[in-house]
Write a protein that binds this ligand. Structure first.
Ligand code: AKG
Length: 294
């Protein structure tokens, strides 16, 4: 029998409708001061590569100047129990299970978590150019939800998120190209749309911003003199497969499915496939280039 994970569902119908119509929802003070404090300690452990024997520890160095060279840590959940716990935090899983498939008929709220990222973003470090997360994490059913959690207060000066409200609606994936802007890191930029309606989402520490995987968003350079830390988690409908790798020769893309996932709400209809070990993920630390280990 499938394991059913019951999660609290505290969002109002107005909040759900806002998310479906605008592609995002802001939940102020979503994480308590105590949880944020624990997360800051964990980010420090991760930044200083304190997890011996894991791939993050390749350049173990406890020097803070070293920490200040890290833009982001990808897939920290592979080594961090604290980040894995956050991915399964019932209030968060509950909110996502009300939003991810709210646009889908017969949606039952089954959710899996598939990815995590920690942004350190030290002073003068760049942002991430306009993009849609669905280009990186394919769901096919538009159920991808990014959860962006402010660890430090984020504002225009230190490089908060910017979004184009409603840009998720058409389900169109914009093309991407190289750019030469110093505001952005080495990732490509999506193009072919109007940015005049873009708005900044300033957010105090502990605020969670949930956004649909098709929503166009960016962040800009950190012009302050302190870190702008944030944690980003990704979730999707459990019914959506995750073809998140090159298929083997002869393998049909329609059945390709990465099982390095965590079931966090409702039932997992594919649990008969089993799960691949999250610890087999490859976490990596990134400087301003895409995969530079500083
Ligand atoms: O926090 C940032 O600077 C960028 C976050 C972002 O673009 C994302 O999570 O997709």
């Amino acid at each position: 029998m499938d394991k059913f994970i019951k999660v609290p569902q505290t969002l109002s119908q107005d909040q759900i409708d806002f998310f479906v119509n605008n592609g995002y929802l802001i939940l102020p003070s979503f994480l308590s001061f105590e949880i944020i404090k624990d997360l800051i300690q964990e980010i420090e452990r991760l930044s200083k590569r304190e997890y011996l024997g894991e791939s993050l520890s390749g350049n173990r160095n406890k020097d803070n100047r070293h920490v200040n060279r890290i833009l982001a840590i990808h897939k920290p959940h592979a080594v961090s129990q604290v980040i894995r716990q956050l991915m399964q935090y019932p209030n968060l899983a509950g909110a996502v299970s009300q939003l991810a498939g709210a646009h889908l008929p017969f949606w039952e709220g089954n959710i899996k978590s598939v990815d995590s990222m920690v942004f350190i973003k030290p002073p003068e470090f760049p942002g991430h150019a306009w993009h849609q997360d669905e280009c990186f994490i394919p769901t096919r059913d538009r159920s991808l939800v990014g959860v962006w959690i402010a660890i430090d207060n984020a504002n225009i000066n230190n490089g908060c998120l910017w979004i184009i409200p409603g840009s998720h609606r058409s389900g169109y994936l914009y093309p991407m190209k190289e750019h030469h802007s110093e505001d952005y890191d080495a990732h490509q930029i999506s193009y072919g749309f109007d940015t005049s309606q873009a708005i900044p989402l300033e957010a105090n520490s502990g605020t969670a911003i949930l956004f649909n995987g098709y929503l166009l968003h960016q962040s800009l350079k950190n012009h302050s003199n302190s870190l702008r830390r944030a944690i980003v988690l990704h979730y999707m409908s459990s019914e959506s497969l995750l073809p998140w790798f090159q298929t083997d020769h002869g393998e049909q893309v329609a059945v390709a499915d990465n099982r390095k996932v965590i079931h966090v709400a409702g039932v997992d209809p594919y649990n008969w496939k089993g799960y691949d070990d999250m610890e087999q993920e490859e976490p990596f630390v990134r400087g301003t280039n895409k995969r530079q280990i500083p």
